[in-house]
Design a protein around this ligand. Structure first.
Ligand code: CTP
Length: 406
């Protein structure tokens, strides 16, 4: 949640400069404002035109631009920003920052800074490990800068080791974290939000259960963004492939009935989001011991009973107990719009996010999602986009809804 935040993004010259493009997109989608500065060598890797067009602000590079100096000037570029990010930061630029050199717009802006700086190094592994670079990085930390990465892996030059620019998602998370810990006007501050995530497990006996392919990635991404927006997050999770986010209250559950109980236990809240893939049925009886094979060729048949519908039960709570916004998800494998609209009516929720989870979409377990968002009147398509972008879009929408209704 970066609404209204101004980020001065310094891009220095390196093969990883193209990743700055993704970072700009993420900041913009999260509602942030990006003012890019390119060093002369960065312009060899990405064009100022592309960067400027994506950022929605002209990319600056020349120190002595008289028009610009008279309009705002390089000092104002820094004063105007809430945060400075250097990504990618080359060994050369790190050396300049560490030693106070100021011979172009980017290094001058750094020397004139009065804001926090996040530095994401990217260089050849030998250059990274070289003593002068390590010394310089240490000096940057002593000067109060924050270093993100680098990652380890195969480099563009073919060598292997630390030196790769951190993924844009990681740099973006550091930006969000910065604003989360240094902000008093977060959009969901004071709001309590419940979110269910992951897959339920319905036991058959002590060693077997029925479940589904939910990875928990979408719920986790939303919970992270809710927290970054200042909400108090109640994260009720079934089985998941990804670890739960930091800074949220976690309740781990097994079956749908456990999830139902946990949800009703943590209520009341302002917003409730039902992202979990809940099993609709459970085996009628659960064996106290492992169910044994009876004989060759004989398979047991399962009698199933219905699980409680958690979303429906919360949406049906009387005014005063019902969260102001109840948001459901719909996992569909065919006729997404038709089925999701019917589900929206049936569940009694305020918004519904439908996704196509048929095998060829890769939604279950993948990093991307395509959503059809429903409210009472209309529906609109979101994506395809990353699960974390779905989180940002949803949380922005929640924040504006709560602001209007306050
Ligand atoms: N849900 C729930 N409790 C259940 C079943 C589903 O809270 N017992 C919630 C899910 O978390 C999701 C929404 O209801 O937000 C829709 O889930 P989905 O599996 O798509 O729908 P079902 O109700 O299971 O309907 P169907 O299986 O017919 O598609």
């Amino acid at each position: 949640m970066l609404a209204g935040r101004k980020i001065l993004l310094i891009i220095t010259g390196g093969i990883a400069a193209f990743k700055a493009i993704d970072l700009i997109r993420m900041i913009k989608r999260a509602g942030g404002d990006v003012q890019p500065i390119l060093t002369a060598s960065a312009s060899e890797f990405v064009t100022p035109l592309t960067v400027g067009a994506l950022a929605g602000n002209q990319a600056q590079s020349a120190l002595f631009d008289l028009t610009r100096e008279s309009e705002i000037g390089h000092i104002e570029l820094v004063r105007d920003a809430d945060l400075i990010v250097v990504a990618p930061a080359t060994a050369n630029f790190i050396a300049k920052m560490a030693n106070g050199l100021a011979d172009d717009l980017a290094s001058t802006a750094i020397l004139a800074r009065d804001k926090h700086v996040i530095v994401a190094p990217a260089m050849n592994v030998k250059m990274y490990e070289a003593e002068p670079t390590q010394r310089n990085l240490k000096m940057l930390v002593e000067d109060g800068m924050q270093i993100v990465g680098p990652d380890e892996g195969e480099m563009a030059c073919g060598e292997f080791g630390p030196g790769r620019l951190s993924e844009p998602e990681t740099i973006f998370a550091a930006i969000e974290d910065y604003f989360h810990t240094h902000s008093n006007d977060l959009p969901l501050k004071g709001k309590r939000v419940l979110i269910t995530s992951g897959a339920t497990r319905e036991p058959l006996d002590p060693v077997r259960f029925l479940t589904n392919a939910s990875s928990g990635k979408q719920g986790t991404a939303i919970a992270k963004t809710l927290r970054a927006a200042g909400a108090e997050v109640e994260f009720v999770t079934g089985a998941a492939e990804v670890p739960p986010p930091d800074g949220v209250n976690i309740t781990e559950v097994g079956s749908a009935q456990d999830m139902y109980d946990a949800v009703h236990e943590v209520l009341p809240c302002d917003v409730a989001i039902f992202c979990a893939a809940v099993s609709d049925w459970r085996p009628k009886s659960v064996g106290a011991e492992k169910i044994k094979k009876k004989g060759d060729g004989e398979a047991p048949s399962l009698e199933m009973v219905l699980n409680p519908d958690i979303l429906k039960s919360v949406a049906a709570l009387p005014a005063g107990e019902r969260p102001e916004l109840v948001i459901g998800f719909a996992a569909e494998t065919e006729n997404v719009i038709e089925h999701a609209r019917a589900k929206f009516e049936r569940k009694g929720c305020d918004w519904l996010l439908a996704n196509d989870v048929s095998a060829n979409t890769g939604t279950f377990g993948g990093d991307n999602n395509s959503i059809v968002f429903f409210d009472e009147q209309t529906h609109q398509e979101w994506g395809p986009m990353s699960k974390s972008e779905v989180g940002h879009k949803l949380v922005s929408k929640i924040a504006s809804h709560l602001k209007i209704s306050d």
